[in-house]
Design a protein around this ligand. Structure first.
Ligand code: GLU
Length: 451
């Protein structure tokens, strides 16, 4: 007699916690999904019989390795690297690489788990993975970064491949780092394949990949507002972060007629009541990416703006908010403040930036709230299009790609509406994204039997 997994939610989460003790971010990500999936699979015996929920909460594999490199002073340095290959039921593992001192196995497991559902929502054939290292790029010379990337790839290359696992960038990994890693992969394997995405345009990269995550998150926001008969014209926006996602989200909001009030980094946030226009955004892009500067320098450049050290921007009154920095940067109290100040929509540009308490505040207030796995999927979606272009050995035009990105974001929005419509005009986008992503992956897993 087969044992079915008709355990209750608390029993299930107890098991997840026991098996992943000391991995709070991973447990949090599983809980957020399981809260919605439990209801959905209640009466669907096939999922229970196949223990799908239990299996989906366990990565296919976690590879951990040592990364040695030599700094400019001739010291030997040792970091830990990982690749989490979470699930390849619907396509090769796909997901970014993060270099940041906060990276742990827990963080990468949560990111790979989220990535699996996000990638499924795009409608493209990509499984979920994530990798990275606790290496801190801050303050390192360009040559040190190159040597670290080469050493990282010298181990990683044996685990990846264009049809196996296709990494990309994430926090601390941009075009430059992808270049160093791609160069090393090509040198070791003697193969020029689409093994990484986010590549330079001269060597297999795709147009609009850089802009895609931020732009996509704003398209999703516009889709949500449209369900209420509204758009971004004249709306004030509070954005956190000042990297690739935040600056491109800001750019698209400005293009669509909104006014961006804030940006931030780990030192604090800047508030510009006059609005952060395109010229100011361009300055931030150059300052943060090329000069590797701090956001606080903004106030010396643009009059009327203020810097708030050590603070997040959620106390600034706004119509819409976009957390675009990192996980757990918007907490329960911040969510309450946003709602009390009249914020009507939140679109996550980062992965899991809102903690569980915050998610519950937004759900209870029934505001428009898009989880990152839906709203920030534009980046990986264009990565998927980069893979297609590499397979075809050609490059699509910018207008074609812009349209595809818009269509993919509208498709994800429609999936969320389909599974998250609670009646009375309220769409639970968290539930819609979780069920929409889960169903595709789980049905593929069912087809493969017990593997
Ligand atoms: N790191 C991005 C994300 O969180 C992009 C991943 C990719 O393009 O593979 O979705």
């Amino acid at each position: 007699m087969a044992v079915s997994d008709h355990v209750d939610f608390n029993q299930f989460m107890e098991g997840v916690k026991r098996r992943n003790s000391h991995q709070p971010e991973f447990v949090q990500a599983v809980q957020e999904v399981a809260e919605d999936i439990f209801d959905f699979i209640q009466d669907k015996e096939a999922y229970h019989e196949a223990q799908i929920l239990r299996r989906i909460a366990e990565p296919d594999r976690v590879v951990s390795f040592r990364v040695c490199w030599e700094d400019d002073n001739g010291n030997i340095r040792v970091q830990r690297g990982w690749r989490v290959q979470n699930n390849n039921a619907i396509g090769p593992y796909k997901g970014g690489i993060r270099f940041h001192p906060s990276v742990t196995e827990s963080v990468l497991k949560f990111l790979a788990f989220e990535q699996t559902f996000k990638n499924a929502l795009t409608g493209l054939p990509m499984g979920g993975g994530k990798g990275g290292s606790n290496f801190n790029p801050k303050g390192k010379s360009v040559r040190e970064i190159m040597r670290f990337c080469q050493s990282f790839m010298t181990e990683l290359y044996r685990h990846i491949g264009a049809d196996v696992d296709v990494p990309a960038g994430d926090i601390g990994v941009g075009g430059r780092e992808i270049g160093y890693m791609f160069g090393q992969y090509k040198r070791i394997t003697n193969q020029f394949t689409g093994v990484l995405t986010g590549k330079g345009l001269e060597w297999g990269g795709s147009l609009i990949r850089t802009e895609a995550t931020g732009y996509g998150a704003v398209y999703f926001l516009a889709n949500m507002l449209a369900t209420k008969g509204q758009d971004l014209t004249g709306k004030t926006a509070v954005i956190s972060g000042s990297g690739n996602v935040a600056t491109h989200a800001a750019e698209k909001i400005v293009q669509l007629g909104g006014k961006v009030l804030t940006l931030s980094d780990s030192g604090g946030f800047i508030h510009d009541p006059d609005g952060i226009d395109q010229e100011k955004i361009d300055w931030v892009k150059t300052h943060k990416t090329h000069r590797r500067g701090r956001i606080e320098d903004y106030v010396n450049e643009f009059k009327g703006a203020s810097f708030h050290a050590g603070k997040t921007p959620w106390g600034v009154k706004c119509d819409v908010a976009m957390p675009c920095a990192t996980q757990n940067e918007l907490l329960g109290e911040d969510a309450k403040t946003l709602v009390a100040n009249g914020c009507i929509a939140v679109s996550e540009g980062a992965n899991m930036p809102t903690d569980l308490a915050g998610v519950h505040v937004f759900k209870d207030a029934r505001i428009l709230f898009a989880p990152g796995k839906a709203s920030n999927a534009g980046g990986v979606a264009v990565s998927g299009l980069e893979m297609s272009q590499n397979s075809e050995r050609r490059a699509w035009k910018e207008e074609e790609l812009q349209q595809m990105l818009k269509d993919i974001m509208s498709g994800i929005h429609a999936t969320c509406q389909r599974y998250g419509d609670q009646g009375g005009g309220y769409i639970d986008y968290v539930k819609g994204a979780n069920i929409g992503g889960f169903k595709k992956v789980a049905d593929a897993m069912l087809a493969f039997g017990v593997v």
